[in-house]
Design a protein around this ligand. Structure first.
Ligand code: DCP
Ligand code: MG
Length: 501
């Protein structure tokens, strides 16, 4: 393990919600909940103001509404979040070639590999500058953890939240970890935590004392071994760029073509199990299941399915592979079969024991919301136009705004831009010809999308309105008279009450 705290972990604060607050001045400092608004919707994230009420990621939306009835409830705008994320990742890549994104708003950076830091002082400086740059470019805050390993850097950024920087001095790691809950360690989720608690292991120090043999006995070889090392703050995992490219796969070529469909199914199941064993040995889990079939005539097909979240559960992989097989015609015979898992994540984000125990994963909120949102993102031309809460619109007279709520043939729009004062609300008929869906505006006047883009709308929707439209939007808002005497809180409440149809 290195001796300088030059592994950086960045995690943006309340990412989706912060983007919404940056876009919508009337929501700043307010409770904002982003997620699926349908009957089965769940919370993707909540602003820190909403977390005070107990609203958090993965909570059913109905429960969130009971806890925070006056919060603003918004449908995610994934393409926009992606474009902001890309700006943040660019700043990280300027620090080092070794940037390992874990999600849209989270990444490890090896500062040493990029020459950006070599000791405590330079690491702290690089971290502080990064935070300032992120704020300048995106208008958002991110928290930074610095340590000598990935595990500790991630723990540090968690402690830094929100809007902070924490550096863990090398040499202090084990003492720092010892009193913490076992749940602090990567790979220890609720199920593993319970399991350990039942045998009297509560803290990381308890794990270190229990010893490796005991942990292997309790959790199996791979996880027991990994957990013991982590309890001693030993974590040698390096920061790996481009993890998406990696996959784990196994395949078998058969001496004699297999014709029997049932037997093909059995073989695919076996391959899935073998693939999962490899995955687990490597301490990995993955999201995309790939099936490869070479037929009697050497024609080779691959089919893949991406799950809602990474898995290393053999039953989940087996089922997915079987589903994929259903779509392949194998009459005539099969020479080769393969099963692979890609889109890998390391065990840091998973509760391994929960999966080992065969627990079915719940739907990941982001995915469900994305599906819902993408269905709504493009309002149909024609009679029934839909106005997802939180999405941008443009009115030919009042300029740029966002949908605060809709229902009963009406849509309520707040006219404001990321750089205006909180704007005023107006209500229209949902079929009002003057009202059109619009692309998001850049969050900072000189930030993402502001004049330096290639104009690729798909990749960076914030870039589309970066030119030309800005002045008119801002003017329209001012012209409309942004202050109407109602506090912005009243508007947020209205968003909560008017549910999109
Ligand atoms: N996300 C999601 N579903 C989850 C968790 C997260 O859709 N179950 C999305 C919304 C989050 C983003 O991913 O904004 C980043 O996730 P984080 O866990 O980093 O959560 P936040 O950034 O929202 O909050 P913070 O990091 O400040 O705790
Ligand atoms: Mg975050």
């Amino acid at each position: 393990m290195r001796t300088a705290p030059t592994v950086l972990h960045l995690d943006m604060d309340a990412f989706f919600a912060s983007v919404e607050q940056a876009s919508k001045p009337s929501l700043r400092g307010k409770a904002v909940v982003v997620g699926g608004l349908g009957p089965r919707g769940v919370v993707a994230t909540a602003s820190y103001e909403a977390r005070v009420f107990g609203v958090r990621s993965a909570l059913p939306m109905a429960q969130a509404r009971r806890l925070a009835p006056n919060a603003a409830y918004l449908v995610p705008r994934f393409a926009f979040y992606r474009s902001i994320s890309e700006r943040v990742m660019e700043l990280l890549r300027a620090l080092s070639p070794l940037v390992e994104p874990l999600s849209l708003d989270e990444a490890f950076v090896d500062l040493e590999a990029g020459g950006a830091a070599w000791d405590e002082r330079s690491a702290r400086q690089a971290g502080a500058k990064l935070r300032a740059d992120i704020r300048a470019v995106t208008g958002l805050t991110g928290s930074v953890g610095l340590a000598a390993s990935k595990m500790l850097a991630k723990i540090a950024s968690e402690r830094a939240k929100p809007d902070g920087l924490v550096l863990i001095e090398p040499g202090t790691e084990q003492a720092l970890l010892a009193p913490l809950s076992v749940r602090t360690l990567p790979g220890v989720g609720p199920a593993t935590g319970d399991h350990l608690r039942r045998v009297g292991l509560h803290t990381v120090g308890d794990l270190a004392e229990a010893g490796e043999d005991e942990l292997v006995r309790l959790l199996g070889k791979a996880h027991g071994h990994a957990l013991y090392a982590m309890s001693l703050a030993r974590d040698d995992r390096s920061v790996v760029a481009e993890r998406e490219a990696k996959s784990v796969s196994v395949e078998d070529t058969y001496d004699v073509d297999i014709h029997d469909r049932v037997r093909v199914g059995v073989e695919v199941g076996r391959l899935a199990d073998r693939c999962v064993r490899r995955l687990r040995t490597a301490g990995l889990s993955g999201r995309t299941i790939v099936l490869k079939v070479r037929r009697y005539d050497f024609s080779t097909l691959t089919r893949s399915e991406t799950l809602r979240g990474p898995t290393d559960d053999p039953a989940v992989v087996r089922e997915a592979a079987a589903r994929l097989l259903d779509s392949v015609d194998t009459t005539g015979g099969v020479r080769l079969l393969g099963v692979g898992v890609s889109g890998l994540a390391d065990y840091t984000q998973e509760d391994l024991f929960a999966q080992a125990a065969g627990e079915r994963r719940k739907e990941l909120p982001g995915e469900e919301a994305e599906a819902a949102a993408s269905g709504e993102e493009r309002p149909q031309a024609g009679a029934e136009r839909r106005w997802p809460a939180g999405h941008d619109v443009r009115h030919s007279e009042y300029g740029h705004g966002w949908v605060q709520g809709s229902g009963l043939g009406r849509v309520t729009v707040r006219f404001e831009t990321p750089w205006s004062a909180p704007g005023r609300v107006r209500t229209f008929r949902t079929d009002d010809r003057a009202l059109h869906p619009a692309d998001p505006l850049p969050l900072t006047e000189r930030g993402p999308g502001d004049g330096e883009d290639s104009g690729d709308g798909e990749g960076d929707p914030s870039g589309q309105n970066g030119r030309g439209g800005d002045g008119r939007d801002a003017g329209g808002t001012r012209g409309g008279g942004p202050r109407d005497g109602r506090g912005p809180g009243a508007g947020a409440g209205a968003a909560a009450r008017v549910r999109p149809g």
